[in-house]
Design a binder for this molecule. Structure first.
Ligand SMILES: [Zn+2]
Length: 216
């Protein structure tokens, strides 16, 4: 999505990280090196923990980001669990700043779901989308249960060109996307291709997974 936005607008994108419980955007930000996000350590103390055991992990290891506010007055937070999975980078940054960086956040510990015994993160579906031309980075995963068996289907928006073209273009995208997803996840999923803006947009964090498995 970022690459497409940069290509379409000619504007350089900077990832900025935050969460409303802490301050909103402004906990960490990329510099012009675009190699991780500097945490503003004079205001926030970052730690990485094992999301299962809660044990702190050393810099460089991947785990859940935990934040403590150091200067916030009315509503301080102590070791607040963000559910965001990242790692702290200790190596000096090319820009010269000495505050530590976190790796760009690609997934959350509560994003993961299990389908037919396979651990799946929505970011894996996103990775497949990026490899298939004609798709847009807007998608939704729907989990259901049919006759006791878990089913996963993905709704994906395609470009106006593909959507308005003949059936053949749609079928081509569908085939390539099904292969790309199966290659990454190792399971077959149902696919529904929809036109631009067919998937509802959410304010803030997108709702990528709709789990209907316990409804019936
Ligand atoms: Zn830097």
């Amino acid at each position: 999505m970022r690459a497409r936005m940069e290509a379409d607008t000619g504007i350089q994108a900077f990832d900025i990280y935050g969460l409303s419980e802490i301050i909103g955007p402004g906990v960490a930000s990329e510099c012009t090196e675009h190699d991780g996000l500097h945490v503003f350590e004079d205001h926030f103390l970052p730690e990485i923990i094992d999301p299962e055991s809660g044990e702190p992990l050393p810099d460089g290891e991947e785990g859940e980001l935990v934040l403590t506010t150091l200067s916030k007055k009315a509503m301080p937070m102590i070791r607040y669990r963000t559910r965001d999975i990242t790692a702290i980078l200790r190596e000096p940054c090319g820009c010269g700043r000495t505050i530590r960086r976190i790796r760009r956040i690609g997934r959350r510990s509560d994003d993961m779901f299990i389908i037919r015994g396979v651990n799946v993160y929505p970011s894996q579906v996103e990775a497949a989308l990026l490899n298939v031309e004609g798709t847009l980075p807007h998608y939704q995963i729907i989990l259901s249960r049919e006759q006791g068996l878990d089913q996963m289907s993905v709704e994906v928006e395609v470009t106006p060109e593909v959507f308005s073209d003949k059936v053949r273009a749609l079928e081509e995208v569908r085939t390539r996307l099904a292969q790309a997803i199966e290659h990454i996840l190792g399971i077959r999923v149902g696919l529904r291709l929809v036109g631009p803006h067919a998937i509802p947009r959410s304010e803030g964090k997108a709702k990528r997974v709709i789990d209907k498995r316990n409804e019936s």
